[in-house]
Design a protein around this ligand. Structure first.
Ligand SMILES: [Zn+2]
Length: 100
């Protein structure tokens, strides 16, 4: 697993993710994603979790096993951040006072 500190850490992997033909899908578990490489059909599972207030990510690929920020982790992180932001926004809207 790798500790997620900032966006720059994933910037290079993000470039590779854009260049690659990766497809990210949420699984039935929270914070878990399945990343499919459409070029070769390989699938990897990416997990995000928080431990002692620090954020971590893990990918099931060979790079992930060696604690590298791989392109799958990066692709899933982009998806995860957007999803969390959308959930927060939905909660904010739900808590708005009703217009009379
Ligand atoms: Zn990976």
């Amino acid at each position: 697993m790798i500790e997620l500190v900032n966006a720059e850490q994933l910037a290079k992997a993000t470039d590779r993710a854009k260049a690659g033909n990766l497809f990210v899908q949420p699984t039935t578990l929270p914070r878990q994603y399945r990343v499919t490489n459409r070029d070769n059909g390989n699938q990897y599972v990416v997990d995000f979790f928080v431990r002692n207030g620090k954020r971590y990510g893990h990918c099931s690929c060979k790079g992930g096993e060696r604690n590298l920020a791989c392109k799958h982790l990066s692709a899933a992180a982009g998806f995860h951040v957007m999803r969390m932001a959308a959930q927060r926004e939905a909660q904010r809207v739900a808590q708005m006072p009703q217009a009379a």
